[in-house]
Design a binder for this molecule. Structure first.
Ligand SMILES: [Zn+2]
Ligand SMILES: [Zn+2]
Length: 286
């Protein structure tokens, strides 16, 4: 009786039977982005429309409207293009371009003088936002809460001082989630605020941006200040990683860090003049 098995290394049809080796995706050491996938989709919290987040060449994220638009209908100052996964603040010479979501966001006043085509697109987005609100698919953004309430609640979107920059967080301090990818290829579920790591201090600071924007007549605002903790820890917060992933720089990111550079005019809803009474920051500057 002869065996039906073919000589080792070959299948019955002669194709090599080398076992399939899994190769994991890696992030190039010189890549300005640590994301394995660009165009991180998210919904705008204010209007409910999709935003595709991209990294810019210097590392800051930018949220673009998901569709390309006819460049002739877009003011030159609003034209963007995406090249190799990196967003650039200019057209690329073609008929088409991308546009930042805030230019179109119907929940805010337009930041630019809109062309008739963009005004019409913004109007259509506004109609859809109205429908999302009416059907309960979108929760309206919280209005400015009463001052008494602020003093006992944790801020929904706190302002943080990190590495001499001031940022608006996407959620409460103890909800800021690590953006790294785990070995099982899921987003890490650990939080950036970890036990046994130095915490920030809630403190009152002048309600100005950290980068020299105009001071507002309003006095002080509550800021979660991290500037007293070691540089590496501040970097960990800025890159939005848990302690384990801060120690594993080879791990890729599955999402962009969610900080927005704080602007006292744009983000005035999130300025609170009192310190949270009970906060995950645990300490207040005496
Ligand atoms: Zn929006
Ligand atoms: Zn992590």
């Amino acid at each position: 009786m002869c065996s039906l098995t073919t000589p080792s290394g070959r299948r019955w049809d002669g194709t090599p039977s080398t076992p399939w080796r899994l190769r994991s995706l890696r992030v190039a050491a010189d890549s300005p982005s640590r994301l394995l996938r660009t165009a991180q989709p998210q919904r705008c919290r204010d209007c409910g429309h999709r935003i595709d987040w991209y990294t810019r060449a210097h590392g800051q994220p930018v949220g673009l409207h998901p569709q390309e638009l006819d460049a002739a209908a877009v003011p030159v100052s609003c034209r963007w293009h995406v090249d190799s996964g990196i967003a650039h603040a200019a057209g690329d010479g073609t008929r088409w371009c991308r546009i930042p979501h805030p230019v179109l966001c119907p929940a805010h006043e337009p930041t630019e003088q809109l062309t008739p085509q963009l005004a019409e697109l913004r109007r259509r987005l506004a109609v859809r936002t109205r429908r999302l609100l009416d059907t309960g698919a979108l929760t309206p953004p919280p209005s400015d809460p009463p001052a008494a309430e602020v003093s006992v609640c944790r801020p929904a979107r706190p302002v943080l001082q990190i590495l001499y920059g001031r940022y608006l967080a996407a959620g409460p301090i103890d909800d800021i989630q690590c953006v790294a990818q785990t070995r099982r290829r899921h987003r890490c579920h650990y939080r950036v605020l970890a036990p046994d790591t130095p915490a920030g201090i809630w403190t009152l600071m002048p309600a100005t941006a950290a980068r020299g924007q105009l001071a507002l007549p309003a006095a002080d605002m509550a800021v979660y200040d991290l500037t007293h903790i070691p540089y590496a820890e501040q970097l960990r917060w800025r890159t939005q990683r848990c302690p384990a992933h801060a120690a594993a720089p080879q791990a890729a990111d599955l999402a962009l860090a969610e900080w927005e550079v704080f602007d006292p005019l744009l983000h005035h809803w999130h300025i609170h003049s009192r310190l949270p009474a009970t906060s995950p920051g645990r300490r207040e500057r005496p």
